[in-house]
Design a protein around this ligand. Sequence first.
Ligand SMILES: [Zn+2]
Ligand SMILES: [Zn+2]
Length: 142
Amino acid sequence: MPELVFDQVLEQAGFRPTRQRRAVYEHLEAMHGHPTAEDVFHAVRIELPRISLATVYKALESLVESGVAQKMSGADGTAHFESRVDEHFHARCRACNRIVDVEALPEFHRCVDKIRTAGFTIERARLELTGICELCARQHHN
Ligand SMILES: [Zn+2]
Ligand SMILES: [Zn+2]
Protein backbone atom coordinates (compact mmCIF):
# COMPACT_ATOMS: atom_id res chain seq x y z
CA MET A 1 0.00 0.00 0.00
CA PRO A 2 1.48 3.40 -0.99
CA GLU A 3 2.46 5.64 1.91
CA LEU A 4 -0.04 8.35 0.99
CA VAL A 5 -2.95 5.90 0.93
CA PHE A 6 -1.79 4.36 4.20
CA ASP A 7 -1.69 7.77 5.86
CA GLN A 8 -5.17 8.63 4.64
CA VAL A 9 -6.71 5.34 5.75
CA LEU A 10 -5.24 5.68 9.23
CA GLU A 11 -6.28 9.29 9.58
CA GLN A 12 -9.81 8.43 8.52
CA ALA A 13 -9.89 5.81 11.26
CA GLY A 14 -8.71 8.40 13.77
CA PHE A 15 -5.08 7.31 14.07
CA ARG A 16 -1.97 9.35 13.48
CA PRO A 17 0.13 7.69 10.77
CA THR A 18 3.31 7.62 12.84
CA ARG A 19 6.62 6.24 11.67
CA GLN A 20 6.23 3.32 14.08
CA ARG A 21 2.79 2.36 12.76
CA ARG A 22 4.06 2.65 9.21
CA ALA A 23 7.10 0.46 9.99
CA VAL A 24 4.96 -2.15 11.73
CA TYR A 25 2.67 -2.25 8.71
CA GLU A 26 5.54 -2.54 6.25
CA HIS A 27 7.10 -5.43 8.14
CA LEU A 28 3.79 -7.20 8.53
CA GLU A 29 3.20 -6.83 4.81
CA ALA A 30 6.64 -8.26 4.01
CA MET A 31 6.29 -11.22 6.35
CA HIS A 32 4.88 -14.47 5.10
CA GLY A 33 2.18 -16.34 6.90
CA HIS A 34 0.38 -15.07 9.96
CA PRO A 35 2.95 -13.75 12.43
CA THR A 36 2.34 -13.01 16.10
CA ALA A 37 3.01 -9.56 17.59
CA GLU A 38 6.29 -10.95 18.87
CA ASP A 39 7.33 -12.09 15.37
CA VAL A 40 6.59 -8.60 14.01
CA PHE A 41 8.43 -7.06 16.96
CA HIS A 42 11.60 -9.00 16.16
CA ALA A 43 11.45 -7.84 12.53
CA VAL A 44 10.67 -4.17 13.28
CA ARG A 45 13.35 -3.98 15.97
CA ILE A 46 16.03 -4.25 13.30
CA GLU A 47 14.75 -0.98 11.79
CA LEU A 48 13.64 0.72 15.02
CA PRO A 49 15.86 -0.68 17.82
CA ARG A 50 14.11 1.28 20.57
CA ILE A 51 10.59 0.10 19.82
CA SER A 52 8.91 -2.00 22.51
CA LEU A 53 6.72 -5.09 22.15
CA ALA A 54 3.83 -3.15 23.71
CA THR A 55 4.17 -0.42 21.07
CA VAL A 56 4.22 -3.00 18.29
CA TYR A 57 1.14 -4.66 19.75
CA LYS A 58 -0.71 -1.33 20.00
CA ALA A 59 0.36 -0.42 16.46
CA LEU A 60 -0.98 -3.76 15.18
CA GLU A 61 -4.29 -3.14 16.97
CA SER A 62 -4.59 0.30 15.33
CA LEU A 63 -3.87 -1.27 11.93
CA VAL A 64 -6.64 -3.81 12.52
CA GLU A 65 -9.04 -1.04 13.61
CA SER A 66 -8.12 0.94 10.49
CA GLY A 67 -8.94 -2.06 8.33
CA VAL A 68 -5.48 -2.55 6.82
CA ALA A 69 -4.71 -5.69 8.82
CA GLN A 70 -6.52 -8.69 10.20
CA LYS A 71 -6.23 -10.32 13.58
CA MET A 72 -7.07 -13.90 14.45
CA SER A 73 -6.47 -15.98 17.52
CA GLY A 74 -4.56 -19.20 17.51
CA ALA A 75 -5.36 -22.36 19.48
CA ASP A 76 -3.14 -21.28 22.34
CA GLY A 77 -4.91 -17.92 22.55
CA THR A 78 -2.04 -16.04 20.88
CA ALA A 79 -3.08 -13.37 18.42
CA HIS A 80 -1.85 -13.70 14.85
CA PHE A 81 -1.84 -10.88 12.31
CA GLU A 82 -1.76 -10.46 8.55
CA SER A 83 -1.93 -7.58 6.09
CA ARG A 84 -4.30 -9.51 3.85
CA VAL A 85 -7.82 -8.20 4.43
CA ASP A 86 -9.85 -9.75 1.61
CA GLU A 87 -12.28 -12.56 2.43
CA HIS A 88 -10.43 -15.81 2.89
CA PHE A 89 -10.33 -18.57 5.43
CA HIS A 90 -7.79 -20.18 7.66
CA ALA A 91 -6.74 -23.73 8.29
CA ARG A 92 -4.85 -24.08 11.55
CA CYS A 93 -2.54 -26.96 12.35
CA ARG A 94 -3.09 -28.14 15.90
CA ALA A 95 0.38 -29.67 16.05
CA CYS A 96 2.59 -26.74 15.01
CA ASN A 97 0.04 -23.88 15.19
CA ARG A 98 0.80 -22.88 11.61
CA ILE A 99 -2.02 -20.99 9.89
CA VAL A 100 -2.57 -21.57 6.20
CA ASP A 101 -4.73 -19.42 3.91
CA VAL A 102 -7.71 -21.07 2.24
CA GLU A 103 -9.46 -19.30 -0.63
CA ALA A 104 -13.23 -18.88 -0.43
CA LEU A 105 -15.05 -20.88 -3.12
CA PRO A 106 -17.91 -19.36 -5.16
CA GLU A 107 -20.23 -21.91 -3.50
CA PHE A 108 -19.46 -20.31 -0.18
CA HIS A 109 -20.31 -16.84 -1.50
CA ARG A 110 -23.57 -18.21 -2.89
CA CYS A 111 -24.38 -19.65 0.50
CA VAL A 112 -23.66 -16.31 2.17
CA ASP A 113 -25.84 -14.51 -0.42
CA LYS A 114 -28.70 -16.86 0.34
CA ILE A 115 -28.50 -16.14 4.04
CA ARG A 116 -28.29 -12.44 3.23
CA THR A 117 -31.51 -12.57 1.20
CA ALA A 118 -33.14 -14.38 4.11
CA GLY A 119 -32.96 -11.07 5.90
CA PHE A 120 -29.77 -11.40 7.84
CA THR A 121 -27.22 -8.61 7.55
CA ILE A 122 -23.83 -10.29 7.37
CA GLU A 123 -20.95 -8.06 8.27
CA ARG A 124 -18.25 -10.62 8.04
CA ALA A 125 -17.95 -14.27 7.11
CA ARG A 126 -15.32 -16.32 8.84
CA LEU A 127 -14.44 -19.95 8.72
CA GLU A 128 -11.64 -21.68 10.55
CA LEU A 129 -10.57 -25.20 9.82
CA THR A 130 -8.48 -27.14 12.29
CA GLY A 131 -6.38 -30.20 11.63
CA ILE A 132 -2.90 -31.43 10.83
CA CYS A 133 -0.80 -29.68 8.19
CA GLU A 134 1.06 -31.48 5.44
CA LEU A 135 4.46 -31.11 7.10
CA CYS A 136 3.30 -32.45 10.45
CA ALA A 137 1.42 -35.29 8.84
CA ARG A 138 4.55 -36.30 6.93
CA GLN A 139 6.69 -36.15 10.06
CA HIS A 140 4.24 -38.37 11.85
CA HIS A 141 4.54 -41.07 9.21
CA ASN A 142 8.31 -41.08 9.06
ZN1 LIG B 1 1.75 -28.53 11.41
ZN1 LIG C 1 -4.81 -15.36 6.12
